[in-house]
Design a binder for this molecule. Sequence first.
Ligand code: NDP
Ligand code: OXD
Length: 306
Amino acid sequence: MRIVFSCTGTKAEPWLRSLRMALPDAQIEEWAPGAPQADYAVVWAPPQTLLDEQPKLKAMFNIGAGVDALMRLRLPADLPIVRLDDAGMSVQMAEYVCHAVIRHYRELDVCEVDEARQRWSYHPPRLRSDFSVGIMGLGVLGERVAKAVAAFEFPVNGWSRSPKSIDGVRCFHGQDQFHDFLAATRILVCLVPLTPDTVGVLNRDSLGRLKPGGYVINVARGAHVVDEDLIALVDSGHLAGATLDVFHTEPLPPEHPYWQHPKITVTPHTSARTERELSIGQIVQKIQALERGEKIAGVVDLGKGY
Ligand code: NDP
Ligand code: OXD
């Protein structure tokens, strides 16, 4: 069996070492133009040339959950694209989002500013019931996040494409229920994949529908947000602020207004990192299952784009 590896922005050597240990009989190489036809590819944002030169792949494994970079390429209609199915990401996402929700609700961001000024100030408790959290996307990551936030007794709403039923979560679905979902939400968490349907979904109209004092946590993709609209709504006071992990351009350019905005917190696309050994374990198990002719989970629906 031959496997090629092509992951933009990722050091290949540790991945190749672990893949070779897990599949000692396979030939596993970093892809370069002109490489012989492989059976499988392990990728993150690969070049189009790889697809053009490797027309007989049995499957392509993405070392992330989001496949938007792959969806921008010309893909053979019959090539199974396999995304990471949790692989240690949902617990990290739950930590990150709970931290951001609690930091905002408990005004720990205000305490950070007070501490820098050596100011001892008392903030009266706020009503948890006033801080409903709405999770856009109830997939592998969103469901885990919704349950984690619900454990802190915040009211939790969720929105997905198809109907869901999750204990402790008021579930909305489809475009028809989007406005009701927003109107019921104060802290909005974005965890939908980036597709033609969701690009720019966080804009003046949608964010304007959140409860007053709304707050945005974007951990999906930067292109979900219309940056100027978000900043205008924070500056107008309709939104209290935002915690953003993902951006249109990454790294976030030094001149971007998010960096200096006092009500916007920036983190460097770090909310749920790919864990190499867990990911390799999952990919190897799936390759072995495919070789045995078995079905695997996590195959992307090319029609839906996720
Ligand atoms: P899943 O595919 O498991 O879940 C996606 C969810 O979004 C599903 O509930 C789906 O609905 C819903 N959805 C998709 N399109 C729409 C739509 N048009 N309207 C309403 N709901 C929609 O993905 P994951 O949970 O694994 O990952 C989500 C995203 O998180 C990734 O695509 C990626 O962009 C981002 N991510 C970010 C990371 C980071 O470090 N910042 C790390 C990992 C992922 P339904 O269930 O009905 O299909
Ligand atoms: C992912 C990511 O999609 O890291 O997995 O953003």
